[in-house]
Design a protein around this ligand. Sequence first.
Ligand SMILES: [Zn+2]
Length: 327
Amino acid sequence: MADKFAVGVDFGGTKISAGVVNVNTGQLVSVGKKKTRQVSEQEDVLKRIIAVIDEALLASEIDVRKVSSIGIGAAGQVNRQKGILIDAANIGVQDLALTEPIAAHYQIPTYLGNDVEVATLGEKNFGAGRDCSSFVCVFVGTGIGSGIVHNGELYLGSSGTAGEIGHMTLFPDGRPCGCGAFGCLETYASRTALAKCIVSDLQRGIDSIVRDKVDMTKGILRAKAIASAVEAGDELVIQNVVSCARYFGMGIASVMNFYNPQRFIIGGGLVDAVDLYLEVATKEANRRALRTPAKKLDMVKAELGDYAGIIGAALLSRSGAPALNMV
Ligand SMILES: [Zn+2]
């Protein structure tokens, strides 16, 4: 099979990265990166994306004429048909037309999807879902999002928003969530939720070895710091990881009962770094779910890690998503 190359762009809240990907093998040939920055000028965003794509193309030493498509995975709500990023709270843009100007600039068909969707595509083709036809990918980060693959196809739902597992209600009068509701799963089980719980315990004076590793005002604590605290037997951190992971397992149990997939693929920096999280979540899901689906529970880590977004975005042309014509 002749090599076929595509560019994948991961447009996230903190950085834009792009790579040239061999779409037959999933091999990442080269990478370019830039910080996203909160920008108000839409043109500025496009310039930055083009600069990152150029950097990846240059480093790949592959003739741009050999690139068959460009795919962009953006953190936010997208209109796939029109190629517009509708709303991205973390990036600070609204109604940003992405595919048309990029396609016109490179004269290459360009596709748009959201970040969770493209990471799921990556796992489906070259990661933990390659031998599986019905699975749910769940990504634990700032929030909790999921992608659904049903009978070998990505299932997006009637308005393209399926998989919002993070906004499943756990407690009707619980913590306020960014979506406007209360007690959503992600306010109890995400990396952000875990960091907040740890900070609040530290503020109450409980001792921990992460005390000097946490940004107390912003509530930021890196997954690696959490992992080494767990390894060192730090009680405060272990207790909080266990409680967040239990909540996560409760959410998974509901999806197991409702959808009964062959497999759950769990990703995100926290899950990658802290084995305890997935261990506790698996136990809890097993304990809570109905007996029959629980018997077949297959819960594994995502395999593509940091580059899932780039590799998955490069595969958007295969997902049946519409490409915008080059202008
Ligand atoms: Zn919510």
